[in-house]
Write a new protein. Structure first.
Length: 506
């Protein structure tokens, strides 16, 4: 279990509320060991007594502000370059002083999604060899617990139900990475952050908000959903009985809430981690005043079991990304996501996963300043939680290093570009196609003309050639929940599942 931090002075650090030092109050994201985003104006804000003066001092810069009538105050400091030297932030008010120590200036990445992002490092397959390497002073973790964590097919107790509000849902504080603090951290997030740190030497802060089983709808603002003509129906009635939401998450919600399911908090029904807009309001919204570098995302399993939910997913994610960027005031904020892996349909309802993976691939053309890590080659046949999270984190880091940090590396495996009919064969071209080969040294597998029966295919330099006797409308690759596709490039990065139309010269 993650630690719930209780500090001296009776200060309880809550993501959605504030830290109290006498009459001075700060958002809970401000604690010892935190990271401040480099190269962006630094925002410090909080609450105090109206008309009194608050003084902030950081790195030799001092500013004062008068507390507003609504008890709020806000100060902007000049931006700083990355700095590995620990700093102290002072906030002074009416003879009292808040002193936050061991602060670094670097890049902050938000890690969000559901259980495969939440999956802790100490359950990851590489942990036995990684644990001795986790003492990383320049890697900082904000890894809160959430109400209902690790409670599955049963009703929540009263203490959990009482925490189902936006102020108390997440509980946590910043910590430096070490053997103790990293063990419960998102494994994907940890490996991503460590890779970026190793390659850039810039201090990295990771904020982890993933929730096991959560649908995408909980991470999207309810107001944003309501403003959409297509998705307004998701937020027009009690979420537990709303067919516009994934059936599975509603069933889990009824199990968890028991008798409390009929106690309305608002028009959308009782609070829960899966309620539309709830994780956004409790976790994301409190961070919007705080500049960050970007976001990594691993989610989809809860939205991939019904055809209507699969059909809408790409637009929902694109809408979420647009909304985050607007609200953070950064229209080029990086956003990188993990594609769902492969799994056998005998043990999991994954019949729609090939289409879902393809919808995630299409997002590459809908989300600028984004990228997708393919994971179908590292799935677990009988488990929705494959344990090789290092590969996922490293592949997400490749996208960030390439597109955000400007490193000259290949960010992805082959991504289909065009399928052209030529004589008696199809000629398939790809992005990131240098050194096309197969992952196992065997004949090329995974291509189909109908999404069911595999056809022969072979590699010709940077293309794939498929002999045909008829003119198909589409070409498919990896179109099985448990795909055997083995196409990779010179970096041994796998090709994405796809369904794409065939081009014919007229």
């Amino acid at each position: 279990m993650k630690k719930v931090a209780t500090y001296m002075l009776g200060c309880l650090f809550l993501l959605g509320t504030y830290t109290i030092f006498g009459q001075v109050k700060l958002p809970s994201i401000f604690t010892d060991n935190m990271v401040i985003q480099r190269n962006k104006p630094i925002h410090i804000w909080g609450w105090g007594r109206p008309n009194e003066i608050v003084e902030v001092m950081f790195d030799g810069e001092v500013k004062e502000v008068t507390v507003e009538g609504n008890h709020s105050w806000s100060i902007w400091l000049r931006s700083r370059k990355a700095d590995t030297t620990p700093h102290v932030l002072y906030v002074r008010h009416q003879g009292q002083e808040i002193r936050l120590k061991n602060i670094l200036i670097g890049d902050i990445w938000l890690c969000s999604g559901q259980s495969n992002m939440e999956w802790p490092l100490d359950k990851e397959m590489h942990y036995p060899s990684e644990v001795s390497k986790t003492d990383q002073g320049l890697l900082r973790l904000y890894n809160p617990t959430y109400a209902g964590e690790n409670i599955y097919n049963k009703a929540f107790g009263d203490s959990i139900v009482k925490r189902l509000n936006r102020e108390e849902f997440y509980l946590g504080h910043w910590e430096s990475s070490n053997q103790t603090t990293s063990s419960s951290m998102s494994a994907v997030g940890y490996y991503f952050g460590k890779k970026i740190l190793e390659e850039t030497s810039v201090p990295i802060g990771l904020i982890h908000l993933a929730i096991g089983g959560a649908p995408i709808e909980t991470f999207i603002s309810a107001e944003t959903l309501y403003a959409s003509r297509d998705y307004r129906g998701k937020v027009t009635k009690n979420w537990l009985y709303n067919d516009a939401l994934p059936k599975w998450i509603r069933e889990r919600g009824v199990q968890n809430l028991g008798r409390a399911k009929d106690v309305l908090v608002d028009s959308l029904g009782p609070n829960h981690a899966y309620k539309p807009g709830f994780a956004y309001r409790a976790g994301v919204h409190p961070l919007l005043k705080m500049p960050i570098k970007g976001i990594i995302w691993y989610q989809g399993e809860s939205n991939a079991q019904e055809q209507p939910r699969v059909d809408e997913y790409a637009e929902l994610q694109a809408m979420m990304v647009r909304d985050y960027r607007v609200k953070w005031g950064d229209l080029q904020m990086p956003f990188y996501w993990a594609q769902l892996s492969a799994i056998d349909t005998k043990n999991y309802n994954a019949h729609l996963w090939p289409q879902f993976r393809d919808e995630q691939r299409k997002l590459l053309y809908m989300v600028p300043y984004g990228g997708m890590a393919v994971t179908s080659d590292i799935g677990a046949k009988n488990d929705v939680h494959p344990t090789n999270k290092k590969a996922v984190g490293d592949r997400l880091a490749r996208w960030a290093l390439h597109k955000t940090y400007g490193h000259a590396i290949v960010p992805s495996g082959p991504l289909v570009k065009k399928v052209k009919f030529k004589g008696d064969h199809l000629m398939v071209s790809f992005e990131h196609s240098s050194g096309l080969t197969t992952s196992d040294g065997m004949a090329l597998r995974g291509f189909s003309l109908d999404g069911r029966r595999e056809v022969k295919a072979y590699i010709q330099k940077r293309r794939v050639i498929i002999p045909i006797t008829e003119q198909p409308e589409y070409l498919y690759y990896g179109w099985k929940a448990w795909t055997r596709g083995n196409l990779v490039n010179s970096e041994e990065l796998p090709a994405s599942t796809f369904k794409t139309s065939v081009s014919y010269d007229r």
